[in-house]
Write a protein that binds this ligand. Structure first.
Ligand code: 5GP
Ligand code: MG
Ligand code: MG
Length: 172
């Protein structure tokens, strides 16, 4: 039987918000070139839509990171896909993420990218489950703050399914 998915954020609302974010980033980085460091796989739909609405030159790079929580550790970062320092050093980098949940993944990723000497580093996430933080982490550009439901669509998956839904929804 097919899963039922309740729409949480409809496509029109997402598109309107992405346009606002693009305008803000355009304004904040006026006169600069930007590297979007898109976190695979979830953020690729969002990153492309955001890039298309910007007027500044946007360069695309991709990383894939997983953070694991060991029994007695505060979490380990495993990079399944990484970028070389030359792609980042001296550049204005914006990490583009699908959702910030516990904050573990991005706090590790941010440290790693900072160690490669970008000219500046910011984080832009489509979604922020702010109440779910386990480690303190603040994004710089946030599309929507949501609750603790597990969401799918607009790039986000459930066992690799539902990424291509044009809206963000909750699997019932
Ligand atoms: P964090 O390290 O912040 O807990 O985890 C962030 C990652 O967990 C996200 O980039 C995403 O891959 C996954 N994640 C967290 N919450 C959700 C959710 O509601 N739906 C989906 N599909 N993935 C989620
Ligand atoms: Mg992600
Ligand atoms: Mg996933």
């Amino acid at each position: 039987m097919a899963d039922t998915i309740d729409v949480l954020i409809p496509e029109e609302k997402i598109n309107a918000r992405i346009k606002e974010l693009a305008e803000r980033i355009d304004c904040d980085y006026a006169g600069k070139e930007i590297i979007f460091l898109c976190t695979l796989k979830g953020a690729c739909f969002f990153a492309c839509e955001l890039a298309k609405r910007m007027t500044l030159p946007v360069f695309m790079e991709f990383i894939q990171a997983k953070s694991y929580e060991g029994k007695n550790s505060t979490g380990n970062l495993v990079m399944k896909l990484d970028v070389p320092e030359e792609a980042i050093a001296g550049k204005h980098v914006i990490i583009v993420e699908d959702v910030i949940d516990t904050g573990r993944t991005l706090s590790h990723v941010k440290q790693l990218i900072l160690s490669r000497h970008p000219a500046s580093l910011a984080v832009c996430s489509l979604l922020d489950k702010h109440e779910c933080r386990v480690v303190p982490f603040e994004g710089d550009y946030i599309g929507f703050t949501i609750g603790d439901d597990f969401v799918v669509g607009y790039g986000l998956d459930w066992d690799q399914k539902y990424r291509n839904l044009p809206y963000v929804g909750i699997v019932r």
